[in-house]
Design a protein around this ligand. Structure first.
Ligand SMILES: *Cc1c(COP(=O)(O)O)cnc(C)c1O
Length: 431
């Protein structure tokens, strides 16, 4: 694989951008490579500046459920641009977008648009704290909710439930209000509530964890969270930045049958433009400025271009439920194919899949908690990633990420991917 131009660009980029990238995972550091620079993408394919093409399983980390540059989604975008790119006063398409989200999620009566998932979760926490007049929040180790201070926290050592910052620059003073619990472990949540009686404003969680690979909630986990938050007077914040409109049109709440107090969105609702949103019960949302005292704003929030593309994405999904069946079918095909390879090669690997979300863990299953995830052999994953890239397949450049499918992936893509997976796994495991 020739990638001279990418290498040159990377050297140039490093002079002007920290690490040469605008989001760390793009540096391909955890797979020991230099990044490829992309020139264009269409459907399931992404093309680098060196003329290589890849079947793409990153899909911009989730927004592109209909594939790259889907004609129905980008259609009419020039006309929209000609009418202006931002107004700073309301426009009709913002109402269309809000309606689509509210209609898809019964727990959401009102929604506020922001510019990223990070903003959505950060603002949701502020709202929850204001609504409950409490300070503390509970999150789970391995769940990612963007990079705001309160959420850049990992579990402290041993039996400590208080979090420690995962990044320098996050003050201890902020982090002391974040309690870190264990995903799929209700006992850890019960203990956190007991230890912090009357202080917990909210529990924030990913209903399917999608940022430590894909980890599926065990039976009773979500129900347990819903019950304990109700009993304790805390809010339940469902971070559906990945699962919203991906797990199904109604997200994880439709699939698992629960209603969150506040739901966070991002990724798919922007179709690849910078968008996030948070919504919930009317009595909660009405605390937001300008009708309530809780301040939150954004110069580009509800941007007409982003709203236009996002509405197109959501309308396509709403009017074509077969898209979800198709993506799930492909995910099952990959799961079964990988499981057959794992059995045949007798290797320590396992697949987690739910609906159209899946990933391959380089560890013996089952993988149900963050500790399970941490057992993965990331060295072997790096070998796998490099072999796949050489074969023209772009996998997530880190073990702890989901594989993102789109409706643009074809049966041939999946078949070819499985053939190459077998070769790459043989190499990675020295078989
Ligand atoms: C991606 C992601 C976020 C952060 O969204 P950004 O748009 O990257 O700020 C938050 N929560 C979850 C579950 C995510 O996957």
């Amino acid at each position: 694989m020739d990638n001279k131009i990418s290498k040159g660009l990377y050297e140039e980029a490093k002079k002007y951008i920290p690490g040469g990238v605008n989001s760390p995972v793009r540096a391909f550091k955890s797979v020991g490579l230099d990044p490829i620079f992309i020139e264009r993408a269409k459907g399931s394919r992404i093309y680098d500046v060196d003329g290589n093409s890849y079947i793409d399983y990153v899909c911009s980390w989730g927004p592109l459920i209909l594939g790259h540059a889907n004609d129905d989604v980008i259609g009419g975008i020039e006309e929209v641009v000609r009418r202006g790119t931002s107004y700073g006063v309301p426009s009709p398409v913002e109402v269309d977008m809000a309606k689509l989200i509210v209609e898809a999620f019964p727990s959401v009566d009102m929604v506020r648009m922001v510019n990223s998932g990070t903003e959505a979760t950060m603002s949701a926490l502020r709202l929850a704290r204001a609504y409950t007049s409490r300070k503390k929040i509970i999150k789970f180790e391995g769940c990612y909710h963007g990079h705001s201070d309160s959420l850049l926290v990992k579990a402290g050592s041993g039996a400590m439930t208080f979090g420690v910052p995962t990044s320098p620059g996050v003050p201890e003073d902020i982090v002391k209000n974040t309690i870190v619990c264990t995903y799929n472990d209700m006992d850890s949540v019960k203990k956190a509530f007991e230890d912090n009686k009357g202080d917990v404003a909210a529990v924030i969680f990913e209903p399917v964890a999608g940022n430590m690979g894909v980890v599926i909630p065990e039976a009773g986990f979500i129900k347990g969270l819903r019950e304990i938050t109700r009993e304790e007077g805390a809010l339940l914040i469902s971070d559906e930045v990945i699962t919203g409109f991906r797990l199904s049109y109604g997200g994880a709440q439709e699939v698992f049958g629960f209603e969150a107090d506040i739901t966070c969105f991002g990724k798919i609702i922007g179709a690849g433009l910078p968008v996030g949103a948070y919504g919930g019960r009317r009595d909660i949302m009405e605390n937001l400025s300008p009708i309530g005292p809780v301040y939150q704003a954004g110069t580009l929030s509800g941007n007409p271009l982003a709203m236009h593309m996002g509405c197109k994405n959501l309308n396509m999904l709403k009017n074509n439920p077969g898209i979800y069946e198709g993506i799930e079918k492909m995910a099952i095909q990959i799961e079964e194919g990988l499981n057959a390879i794992i059995d045949e090669l007798r290797i320590d690997a396992c697949v987690n899949r739910i609906k159209g979300m899946l990933c391959l863990f380089f560890a013996k299953g089952p993988v149900k908690t963050y500790d399970d995830v941490m057992r993965c052999d990331t060295e072997k994953y790096s070998v796998f990633f490099r072999e796949m890239l050489n074969a023209g397949i772009l996998m997530p450049p880190a073990q702890f990420e989901g594989w993102f499918l789109s409706s643009a992936h074809s049966d041939e893509d999946i078949e070819y991917t499985l053939v190459e997976c077998k070769k790459a796994l043989k190499k990675a495991f020295g078989k």
